[in-house]
Design a binder for this molecule. Structure first.
Ligand code: ARG
Length: 439
């Protein structure tokens, strides 16, 4: 059943109908569509554009429709209607008769679809924020349970001692900014397009302030043409998703490295690993790999909407219908990835001994030794050079810095004394200067 057709003298081509069908993904915002229509109908009644009886009948019909869909009594099909808007209006009119035909007064599917997608983005945006917050909690708890000293890296070369807790905290911070970005995106899109009509408003005296407020927006969008023709909020949210995926992917990469025999820092729980069909001993970090790989399709979605929109003239064009193909799968993937990451972090086991032991190799306290020399009045550049020579000596003799005897140290600098050993002890270094913040 179509919302148009009178001016056509020929049936739409079957393949064309399938090609144009946006129900399979559009039906995800049936709730937003129905709620938007209910408020619209109420406003039409309040403004005397339709009678209060018609308005009430429409609202009642829509609310019953919503109940039936929510309880599973009415299943929204994948075909047979052009889109979710056509489905809802057709069903409504089937049920309540002529009053249903008045719902679309002073409205176009162009402002309607923008309204639905904006409401949907607000809802799922907040859902993503909620999931990120849960992940942050798990990262914090895992860190707090494991304040283990481990090597910190630059260039993937052992650099300075850090703690596992602090390392996880870095990701917590990244996800905090991701939440902020999401909140900001929701704030930017938080204006109602309803009432913009097809592109040029309407001759009816509708109350856009009312519908905007009732639907939870800050205010109505000012320019009608803009209101129906941008999808920048989809682009922005997909950018946010992409950045979330960058962070999840980097964390995945580290988990993959850490669970390898080469590192042996952690064990990923069996629940998030899989085996090999040929090599019986294998336990693979598939969950982490799938998250790392999932950055691909999510970035792809961002590229997809940017490219789809870049050459479209104002105002609404059907290209925009493809926003769903970009947005929905990316949303699902991001939500899945956050949830799986949470489970994986929650269940992983830290190999404390291995982490702590690894700090001993790689001269991770060389910088602290230089700091010690500075504290004795030597310039940092000279200290750097002295320590470089000491490291060379250690490498030759296959010992770590703390194993160098004092007499040997003295050859490099007379300023070195027995208090040095305490100074460069990893555990003590965290008690000095701003390193205290790391604990
Ligand atoms: N199905 C369209 C979409 O998902 C909404 C309808 C747009 N309006 C129109 N005149 N075809 O974007």
């Amino acid at each position: 059943m179509k919302l148009w057709g009178a001016r056509f003298s020929k049936e739409e081509d079957k393949k064309m109908q399938e090609f144009d069908n946006s129900l399979p993904l559009g039906k995800r915002y049936y709730r937003e569509d129905i709620e938007g229509s209910m408020v619209h109908a109420r406003m039409l009644g309040n403004c005397g554009i339709i009678t209060n009886e018609d308005s009430a009948a429409i609202q009642k019909g829509l609310s019953e429709l919503l109940d039936e869909i929510e309880t599973g009594l009415l299943i929204i099909p994948d075909t047979g209607y052009e889109d979710i808007h056509s489905f809802v209006e057709s069903k409504l009119t089937e049920r309540i008769g002529d009053a249903g035909k008045k719902l679309h007064t002073a409205r176009s599917r162009n402002d309607q679809v923008a309204l639905d997608t904006k409401l949907y983005c607000k809802k799922v945006g907040n859902q993503v924020i909620g999931e990120l917050e849960k992940l942050q909690q798990v990262l914090r708890a895992k860190g707090e349970a494991n304040p283990v000293i481990m090597p910190g890296y630059t260039h993937l070369q052992r650099a300075q001692a850090v703690t596992f807790k602090y390392h996880l905290n870095a990701y917590e911070e990244m996800f905090q900014r991701d939440c902020k970005r999401m909140v900001n995106s929701i704030d930017v899109l938080d204006e109602s397009p309803l009432g913009a009509g097809a592109l040029a408003g309407t001759t009816h005296n509708i109350d856009r302030e009312y519908t905007s407020k009732e639907l939870g927006f800050k205010n109505p969008q000012k320019n009608f043409m803009d209101a129906v023709s941008d999808r920048d909020y989809i682009m922005e949210m997909l950018s946010d998703f992409s950045i979330i995926m960058v962070h999840l992917s980097r964390l995945s990469e580290e988990l993959i490295l850490w669970c390898s025999k080469e590192f042996s820092f952690i064990q990923i729980d069996d629940a998030y690993s899989t085996g090999s069909s040929m090599m019986p001993q294998k336990k693979n970090p598939d969950a982490a790999e799938l998250i790392r790989g999932s950055a691909g399709p999510v970035f792809g979605s961002l590229m997809s909407i940017l490219t789809t929109m870049k050459g479209t003239p104002l105002t609404y064009v059907k290209d925009m219908q493809l926003d769903k193909i970009a947005f929905m799968p990316a949303l699902d993937r991001v939500l899945d990835c956050i949830e799986i990451m949470r489970g994986m972090i929650d269940t992983l086991v830290v190999n404390k001994e291995m982490m702590t032991k690894s700090v001993d190799k790689g001269f991770l306290n060389a910088t602290e030794l230089a700091d010690y020399l500075v504290s004795k009045g030597i310039s940092f550049r000279d200290a750097h050079s002295i320590v470089g020579k000491i490291v060379l000596y250690c490498e030759k003799n296959k010992i770590s810095i703390n194993e160098v005897p004092l007499s040997e140290f003295k050859k490099y600098s007379v300023s070195i004394d027995t208090d040095l050993y305490d100074y460069i002890d990893y555990k003590n270094s965290f008690k000095k200067g701003i390193k205290k913040e790391m604990l």
